[in-house]
Design a protein around this ligand. Structure first.
Ligand code: SF4
Length: 405
């Protein structure tokens, strides 16, 4: 009988070795330079809770191999909040949203620089400048390029990522010329699920902007929101598409079901699901920055710190329209996990090799950042917090209140 390549080299997951070695075999397979299959990615999402720590341990080997013990800290500055004509069902800033979020038009350059400084002082090496809307006019791109130049002049070495919606011809090049390092445009959900979460633009529209920004020389940041009614197969479909597009960073959000949006009350995730999703993406895109993003407090709950053994990046403090846990608690969580904040210009991302060093130095709050002396103020457990409405951001950019950083 002819021997197929598959039967000659047993499928690491399908062969069903003991649980203790099954996931490490898959990590070995990836560390040897192989890509996992869609079936293997699905198996990660469907791993039983009894094997979850084995899955995390195996995924963490990929994370440490490519990113050592570093955590990239990113800081969001919402330049323009609400008032969007698009209808993304998950978004508190959408058309007809009645969510009680802050609504304001563009911050000026000084306000944006001040907002960025708060995150940088707390240890962020990347500032993410975000504006709601379908996409910017050329005049609005001019506002943002002024802001980028001012932030870069204020803090040489900081990375700046712009997230302004769909880009028109030439706009990515202007952002790049002003010093922008990256452009974020999330695909949000699988192509096969896209019509279920938005009717005013398409998945192809989003793909176009990702390609436009990447083609202009900007690092491509593109991720998704889990928990919007997608299937496991669709999560896998999306992860493979992001890998195929060669994005450099993948923000993984977990749905925040804002009151006043069509997805109000949707609660499809638990903390173990969130870990499995992060692990699946790590197996699919082992050397890509994976950023645990909005919804981590609500959905990962007490497992947030464990998520950093799979993800290598997070947002510090608050999100665009919702509150995060205190920025100091984020830093304490990194330290508790034995990880270090990636410093701008000094630390090298990736390529550090697989390390078993349990005694690596831990994160300390950067100069000027008060250490957290008590338990992190993470609020209720994820189960309790899910009974509460999504906490709305009422401080930082667009307000006179100090930022959570
Ligand atoms: S996700 Fe962006 S485009 Fe969609 S409604 Fe929100 S701000 Fe508008």
């Amino acid at each position: 009988m002819a021997t197929t390549p598959e039967s000659a080299a047993p499928h690491p997951v399908a062969a069903q070795p003991p649980a203790a070695t099954r996931w490490h075999d898959l990590a070995d397979h990836v560390l040897a330079g192989n890509q996992i299959s869609a079936a293997e990615a699905l198996a990660v999402l469907r791993a039983p809770d009894s094997q979850l720590m084995e899955v995390v341990a195996a995924a963490s080997r990929l994370r440490f191999h490519h990113f050592s013990n570093k955590v990239k800290v990113n800081y969001l500055v919402n330049l323009k909040s609400g008032l969007c004509p698009e209808d993304c069902f998950y978004c508190s800033q959408r058309l007809n949203s009645t969510a009680g979020i802050l609504r304001y038009t563009w911050l000026n350059t000084e306000e944006a620089v001040t907002a960025a400084r708060a995150g940088i002082a707390a240890g962020a090496s990347r500032v993410c400048l975000v504006a709601s809307g379908t996409g910017p006019s050329n005049r609005e791109v001019g506002k943002v390029t002024d802001i980028i130049e001012a932030i870069k002049s204020d803090t040489p070495g900081v990375e700046v990522c712009a997230c302004l919606g769909a880009l028109k011809d030439g706009q990515a090049a202007k952002l790049c010329a002003s010093g922008a390092d990256a452009y974020n445009h999330n695909l949000n959900t699988a192509e096969s699920h896209y019509e279920e979460i938005c009717t005013t633009h398409t998945y192809a529209d989003r793909e176009h902007t990702v390609a436009e920004a990447h083609g202009a020389g900007l690092s491509a940041c593109s991720g998704f929101i889990a928990g919007m009614g997608e299937t496991h197969e669709q999560l896998v479909e999306l992860a493979f598409d992001l890998r195929a597009k060669g994005v450099d960073s993948i923000p993984v959000n977990f749905l925040l079901p804002f009151d006043g949006t069509p997805l109000e009350g949707v609660d499809a995730l638990n903390p173990r699901d969130c870990l499995r999703i992060l692990a699946m993406v790590r197996f699919v895109a082992p050397d890509t920055e994976i950023r645990v993003a909005a919804g981590r407090e609500r959905h990962l709950g007490n497992l947030q710190g464990i998520a950093l053994y799979v993800a290598n990046s997070l947002f510090l403090g608050d999100y665009l329209t919702s509150e995060g846990q205190p920025g100091a608690a984020d830093l304490e969580m990194i330290a508790d996990a034995g990880l270090e904040v990636l410093r701008m210009d000094t630390d090298v991302e990736g390529g550090a090799g697989e390390s078993d060093d349990d005694n690596a130095p831990t994160a300390t709050p950067p100069t000027g950042q008060a250490a957290v002396t008590g338990p992190a103020d993470t609020g209720a457990s994820s189960t309790e917090s899910k009974q509460n409405p999504v906490p709305i951001r009422t401080r930082g950019a667009g307000t006179t209140e100090p930022a959570n950083a």
